[in-house]
Every structure is written in structure tokens, then in C-alpha cells.
Design a protein around this ligand. Structure first.
Ligand SMILES: *Cc1c(COP(=O)(O)O)cnc(C)c1O
Length: 352
């Protein structure tokens, strides 16, 4: 594509999932040694699983097609039908994963109401009904999300996470961390993946978001949990064959794209600088801590959906509520793209 043609395409800020493999990532994929990962095992998948387990300081890892499957395996492997999960009311597992926690894992749920997806031990403890009373389901699992997507891409302070997990464990709960954007949380806080992961029993991570891979997530945990997850992955139809091609992209991304997510965070701040103060646009900057920018549009500009529609020739974003728009910065967004997106949003706000 010529530069001129590319300049006419809208800047895609809908999600950090829209990235395409870079040339170097393609080369790594093409060069990967492959095998049948259901029969004898694929050597590149094995390498990725060992690398991810070491990075998070856990026994074992299983490579899966999606973050949704990683979360579902974590729930199914650590609970029984009829058990109860405690989680934030806006968490991805409940909000965006087609009710799999109920339909497939058979869990009931009680919600915490924290601030932007982050809660405290005092918030969730009253929800844990441990009394020996036949009325109540058995509370078995606490789910935390890091960074919290609908909260605004907010990373957990590790001390707070440690406290919450310690109190959950004291009550006999397992803890699952949905770390689809754990890499962003690490880059924003300086906490390492292992320093976060040590507090949870299982952690899911995505390679296809901020790291820029075409496909793939992983579930990390103790050996017994991951063994159960291997059996369940086959049951769910998620066991893949020459998946080393995909794992090679993830290995490349762990080595080359993890540090650079700080650029995405800086550009999210730049986007805020550009749109803050535009008439009818409100950005709560305290919530912009990683690569996501949620902003509100005044009803005089129409609904959030109307606003996204109005700017779509220049910038693509998602409406996440009647007045709320989400813009996500990723691997393909450079400084020029941020300037252009910011200018288009300002223009659309001023046109009313
Ligand atoms: C994207 C995402 C997932 C998983 O999404 P898939 O599209 O299934 O890979 C899980 N949790 C969070 C917080 C996410 O943002």
C-alpha cells in the first residue's frame, strides 16, 4: 500500500486486537519447527509454554486459541457445577464471555462493587457465605482482572492485590487473575509478571492484544490445574495441531513487544492532551493509566454511537455506553496517527 493510500484509511482505535503481524513476526512464524500438538507435541508450543510459565513463576502453562477459553478453563478446572464465583460486576468474564461461567462452568456469581473494577478485601469478604447452611452455594473462586478493561485499563497496585488474595485464600477460595492485559499492568506499575502472578492460583494472559500476535492466549498455574485444563481444552475443541506457527509469534512478541507497550501508554496520554477541553468532551484522566482512553460525550453531540459514526472516516472507536467512547492505542499507532485521531475528534466536537 502506498503511504498516500494508508493516510486515507481511518486510524483504528477500536481495540488492541486489530493488529497484524509485523514482518519480523512473520519470519519467526515461518521459521518455527512444528509438530502435531495433540499427538507428540509441537516443539514451538512447548517452548512458549515453558517460557510463559517461567516468566510468571508458575509450574506450567497451556496455550489456547483465545482469552475467553483461557478464562473458561480456569473456572472449570478449579470449581464444580453449582459452586459460586465472586468477581467485579463489570469484569470481562461476566460481561463479554457469553455467560460461559454459567453455561459451561455451571457457576453462580456474586458481585463486588469496587471502583473502576478494583475492589478491596472489605468489599468482597461479606459476599463469601461460608456458613454451613444448605441454602447457599459453595464459594470457590475469586476472579480479578488486571488491567481492568471496563474500568478503563486500570492496573492493580500489587500490594492491594496481595491483600485481597491473601484474604481470599484464608477463606478457602481459589484466585484466578484475568491478565489479558497483564503486560500493560506490568509496564504501567513496574511490577513484574511473576510479582503479580505469585498472589493468584491461575493467570490468563493474551498474546493477541498489546503484544500484537494474530492469535493466542495462555493459562498459567500449578501442575494439577493445568493438567485438568489440558483435558478440558480437548473437550472444548481447543486442542490445536501445528500451532507452533502461532506460538512462534507469541515467543517473538514476549521477546520484542513487551517493553514497547509503554509507548502505547504515552500515546494514550497524548490523545488525552489533544481532546481534553474540546467542547462536550470529558476525559477522566485519573482513569487513563495504560493504553485505553475512555471519554464521555455531552448529549449535545448526540449519543456515543452517533459520535463514533461521525468520525469514522478518520478514526474508528467503539461506543461502550450511551455517552461513553473507548479508544485503544496499540502497536500500529504512531505519533502521526495519534495527532490525526486527536484532530478528528476535536473537529467533530467543535462542529456541533
Ligand atoms: C479481550 C479480553 C479477554 C479475552 O478475549 P478473547 O477475545 O477471547 O481473546 C479476556 N479478558 C479481558 C479483560 C479482555 O480484555
Amino acid at each position: 500500500m502506498t503511504t498516500a493510500a494508508r493516510d486515507r484509511l481511518p486510524i483504528d482505535l477500536r481495540s488492541d486486537t486489530v493488529t497484524q503481524p509485523t514482518a519480523a513476526m512473520h519470519e519467526a512464524m515461518a521459521a518455527a519447527p512444528l509438530g502435531d500438538d495433540v499427538l507428540e507435541g509441537d516443539p514451538t508450543v512447548r517452548e512458549l509454554e515453558a517460557k510463559t510459565a517461567a516468566l510468571l513463576g508458575k509450574d506450567d502453562t497451556i496455550f489456547v486459541p483465545s482469552g475467553t477459553m483461557a478464562n473458561l478453563l480456569a473456572l472449570r478446572a478449579q470449581t464444580s457445577h453449582g459452586d459460586e464465583m465472586i468477581c467485579d460486576e463489570q469484569c470481562h468474564i461476566v460481561y463479554y464471555e457469553t455467560g460461559g461461567y454459567a453455561a459451561v462452568a455451571g457457576l453462580s456469581v456474586r458481585y463486588t462493587h469496587g471502583e473502576h473494577g478494583l475492589f478491596t478485601a472489605d468489599d468482597f469478604e461479606p459476599l463469601v457465605r461460608l456458613w454451613d447452611d444448605p441454602h447457599f452455594p459453595k464459594p470457590k473462586l475469586l476472579a480479578v482482572e488486571n488491567t481492568h478493561n471496563r474500568g478503563g485499563g486500570i492496573p492493580w497496585p500489587v500490594d492491594r492485590l496481595a491483600h485481597v488474595c491473601e484474604r481470599a485464600h484464608a477463606r478457602g477460595l481459589r484466585v484466578h487473575m484475568d491478565g489479558a492485559r497483564l503486560w500493560n499492568a506490568c509496564a504501567a506499575t513496574g511490577t513484574s509478571p511473576a510479582e503479580y502472578a505469585v498472589h493468584a492460583d491461575s493467570v490468563s494472559v493474551c498474546f493477541s492484544k498489546g503484544l500484537g500476535c494474530p492469535v493466542g492466549s495462555a493459562l498459567v498455574g500449578d501442575r494439577a490445574t493445568i493438567n485438568r485444563a489440558r483435558h478440558l481444552r480437548k473437550m472444548f475443541g481447543g486442542a490445536m495441531r501445528q500451532s507452533g506457527m502461532l506460538a512462534a509469534a507469541a515467543i517473538y512478541a514476549l521477546d520484542h513487544h513487551r517493553e514497547r507497550v509503554t509507548n502505547d501508554h504515552a500515546r494514550a496520554q497524548k490523545l488525552c492532551d489533544l481532546i481534553e477541553g474540546a467542547p462536550g468532551i470529558t476525559v477522566d484522566r485519573s482513569r487513563v493509566q495504560t493504553n485505553m482512553v475512555y471519554f464521555d460525550v455531552d448529549p449535545s453531540l448526540g449519543t456515543a454511537g452517533d459520535f463514533c459514526e461521525r468520525v469514522k472516516n478518520d478514526v474508528l472507536m467503539l461506543d461502550e455506553g450511551p455517552t461513553t467512547v473507548r479508544a485503544v492505542v496499540h502497536l500500529h499507532i504512531d505519533d502521526a496517527a495519534i495527532e490525526r485521531a486527536g484532530a478528528a475528534i476535536r473537529r467533530a466536537a467543535q462542529a456541533e
